[in-house]
Ligand binder design. Structure first.
Ligand code: NAD
Length: 252
């Protein structure tokens, strides 16, 4: 049996599936990952630009990067969910998948129709004021008009609700993600290097709770290398999950 056929068999027999996703799932949608290729973000930029201290001391410079990468680029109309996002949304509709824990901030799981999505690293969809706690939808902000964007109530610079280096995991997403690992019989791990902590603990906890790990990645990750993965499907997530949907007869 091929790895894909083994994955199909395991999914057929599963009652409760959790998915854990990383930047690699969105590569076929046109968003480069942070690491692992020459297009990777941190090959081309210094990650300090979204360190919280840097943001506080140089909000305009930090916001120039945030605007260009996270708002202009990621929100382009041609950046759409691919077959991997759609397959996970279909598994939820089938009643098999109970949650996705994603490290991504690109909103593509929600665009694909997934309902239970724990955004472990927050989201680009809203901006908050660290000073007065005000929150606003990113759609309501016009970066051409006011730059960097400021809080309507107190006038301080707004910060996107994805986490910066030096920041903790949003409490609700943290607790929801941990709870989502309980009682799952399969954890599908997609397109993540597994190098970012503490997010890496989610598949580890699922495994401890008895789940089988099925992994999709173009190259071995920390989970594959440490022997945690039970079934490793090597290839592009969208291509492989599209084939998996066909094997399972699931419409995506
Ligand atoms: P990573 O950048 O560390 O690793 C990406 C992984 O995806 C690698 O293991 C790579 O081999 C794999 N990959 C590349 N193309 C693939 C494909 N087509 N199919 C399957 N796998 C593929 O990503 P990470 O582990 O998610 O950690 C990086 C952090 O960067 C996360 O915290 C995430 O928030 C953030 N990030 C998010 C986005 C996004 O929202 N789309 C993009 C870049 C980075």
């Amino acid at each position: 049996m091929t790895a894909l056929e083994q994955a199909a068999e395991a999914i057929k027999g599963a009652r409760k599936i959790l998915a854990f996703t990383g930047a690699g799932i969105s590569v076929e949608s046109g968003i480069p990952p942070f690491r692992g290729s020459k297009d990777s973000l941190w090959e081309n930029y210094d990650p300090d630009i979204i360190h919280l201290d840097y943001f506080h001391n140089h909000p305009k410079e930090s916001w120039e990067f945030i605007r260009d990468v996270f708002y202009k680029y990621m929100s382009r109309r041609d950046i759409l969910p691919n077959a991997a996002h759609k397959f996970l949304a279909a598994l939820e509709r089938e009643g098999k998948l109970t949650a996705i824990v994603t490290q991504n901030i690109d909103n593509l799981h929600q665009m694909a129709g997934s309902k239970v999505v724990w955004e472990f690293h927050g989201t680009t969809a809203t901006l908050s004021c660290e000073h007065c706690g005000g929150k606003i939808s990113a759609k309501e902000v016009d970066l051409e008009e006011e730059f960097p964007p400021r809080c309507e109530k107190c006038g301080k610079v707004l910060k996107p609700d994805f986490i910066f280096f030096g920041e903790g995991i949003p409490r609700e997403a943290y607790e929801g993600s941990i709870a989502a690992t309980e009682g799952v019989d399969i954890c599908i791990v997609v397109g993540t290097s597994g190098l970012v902590m503490p997010a890496d603990m989610i598949p580890i906890m699922a495994k401890r709770n008895g789940a089988k790990i099925i992994e999709f990645n173009t190259q071995p990750s920390k989970f594959t290398e440490e022997g945690m993965t039970d079934i490793f499907v090597q290839g592009k997530a969208g291509e492989e999950m599209g084939k998996l949907a066909d094997i399972l007869g699931i419409e995506i």
